[in-house]
Design a protein around this ligand. Structure first.
Ligand SMILES: Nc1ncnc2c1ncn2[C@@H]1O[C@H](COP(=O)(O)OP(=O)(O)O)[C@@H](O)[C@H]1O
Ligand SMILES: [Mg+2]
Length: 422
């Protein structure tokens, strides 16, 4: 048979902490197939690729024993590693590939993904015979090497960059240096987002939410940014990456990955009960993490954040195997941008409406998530007590836009009496 009638495949080798996980094959038909390596499958002490492959997860052995195949898109676990929105467009443009070519995007961004997974394009001669044989008459090929400007991937919608900090100046992470900060530049669509996020995250921290180190950075301290549209604002929001420690990677995954959903399903395919149940059931410290999760749920209501969807919650694997709830990120008072917004991103005890939610809703959330209510209630009491004592004063000295502050303070007065802040 001549070469032209033989299907071509591209192959990425996936590794986690230098251990072979398996191979991702991209077929010309657009089908993408991930198969796990035998040694990885058979290793009881393997690093956790996704919670669904953890030995304690129901049916994990079956899940990992069969190939994961999808058409056009990548399987959700991998698809969720890619940027959405404007950053995705910027990268696709730089790489000269279509925004929907997920295999292509992953093969270019695979050396600097969220978490610790590494996806590396294989030389055709290195592709194992068993991988070729699984796909019939095929020949392995490799994409031409482009050297794009930004070779890192970060999920999410907003424009952001993975950067390395040195003496207060930030450089785009390049080559084999991993960025240790995420820098979110101001938005051309919404006003003063970086100071909003900085303020909301600070208020959250004051009532016991665990957050990474955060900063506001002047734009002239950001080196080598690509040509992007920027509004007339001077500050960017910077947050220390919890999936990087100097030049080593710490694995993490968001709850879209945990629940095997695509990014477009982040608002409508699950609720806070499901997330709570998983945290309580699988975390290395289920109770502490469930208590922290409950605190954050209340804080999102108090701060009028309507965007705490599946991709804004993550598990992190500090010992490479056991999940913990990651530090909080992406807490923004979104109601100031979205007229009439009055809803949480996901259901909490059958309701989404901020102004409806009372202590009773949290009790029903805990009951449904099978988390003991008596262990949760004191944490919510403490959050609301601290918020009432501190926020009205603290907000005065925080950098949020004044109009946004007024709107947030008004929001506090509309909450159910269990949570109202004056
Ligand atoms: N401090 C952090 N450390 C590691 N990963 C982070 C951190 N903050 C955010 N991320 C990751 O980057 C993604 C995008 O960040 P996020 O703040 O949610 O931006 P967006 O506003 O675009 O959604 C998140 O979904 C998460 O995977
Ligand atoms: Mg986000």
């Amino acid at each position: 048979m001549s070469d032209s009638r033989v299907d071509q495949i591209n192959v990425l080798k996936l590794t986690l902490h230098e251990r072979l996980v398996g191979y991702l094959v991209g077929l010309q038909s657009g089908q993408n197939i991930l198969s796990f390596a035998e040694a990885f499958k058979n290793d009881e002490g393997r690093p956790t690729f996704s919670l669904i492959t953890h030995p304690a997860f129901p049916h994990s052995e079956k899940i990992i024993s069969e190939p994961w195949a999808r058409n056009q898109k990548l399987p959700p676990t991998l698809s969720n590693l890619l940027p959405e929105g404007a950053l995705r467009e910027l990268m696709a443009q730089g790489l000269k590939v279509h925004v929907d070519s997920e295999f292509h995007l992953l093969s270019y961004l695979g050396a600097d993904l969220p978490g610790a997974l590494v996806a590396e394009p294989m030389e055709p001669e290195d592709v194992p015979a068993s991988v070729l044989a699984a796909h019939g008459q095929v020949k392995a090929v490799k994409f031409e090497k482009l050297s794009p400007e930004n070779q890192f991937s970060l999920a999410g919608v907003q424009m952001k960059f993975s950067m390395e900090e040195k003496d207060g100046r930030y450089n785009l992470s390049k080559g084999n240096v991993l960025g240790d900060w995420i820098v979110k530049t101001p938005s051309t669509k919404h006003k003063d987002v970086p100071v909003n996020e900085f303020t909301a995250m600070t208020l959250a921290q004051l009532v016991g939410v665990e957050i990474p180190e955060i900063k506001l950075v002047e734009l002239n301290n950001l080196e080598s940014l690509p040509q992007i549209n920027l509004p007339d604002e001077n500050l960017a929001f910077a947050i220390k990456r919890f999936d990087r420690d100097a030049n080593t990677r710490i694995h993490m995954e968001d709850f879209a990955q945990v629940l095997v959903k695509y990014p477009h399903e982040k608002y409508n395919s699950a609720n806070y009960e499901q997330i709570g149940r998983i945290i309580y059931g699988y975390s290395g410290d289920g109770l502490a993490d469930a208590q922290q999760f409950a605190r954050r749920l209340l804080v999102n209501i108090l701060l009028a954040n309507g965007d705490a969807h599946l991709k804004n919650w993550s598990l992190i694997y500090p010992d490479k195997i056991t999940p913990r709830l990651s530090p909080a990120y992406d807490i923004v008072t979104t109601s100031v941008y979205i007229k009439g917004e009055r809803n949480l991103a996901l259901n909490l005890g059958k309701s989404k409406e901020w102004y409806n939610v009372s202590m009773e809703h949290f009790k029903s959330w805990a009951d449904r998530a099978e988390i003991p209510w008596r262990a949760i209630k004191p944490h919510l009491d403490e959050v609301i007590e601290k918020a009432r004592n501190m926020w009205p004063k603290s907000i005065k000295d925080l950098p949020m836009n004044d109009q946004h502050k007024q709107k947030l303070i008004h929001h506090w007065s509309l909450l159910h009496k269990d949570f109202r802040i004056r």
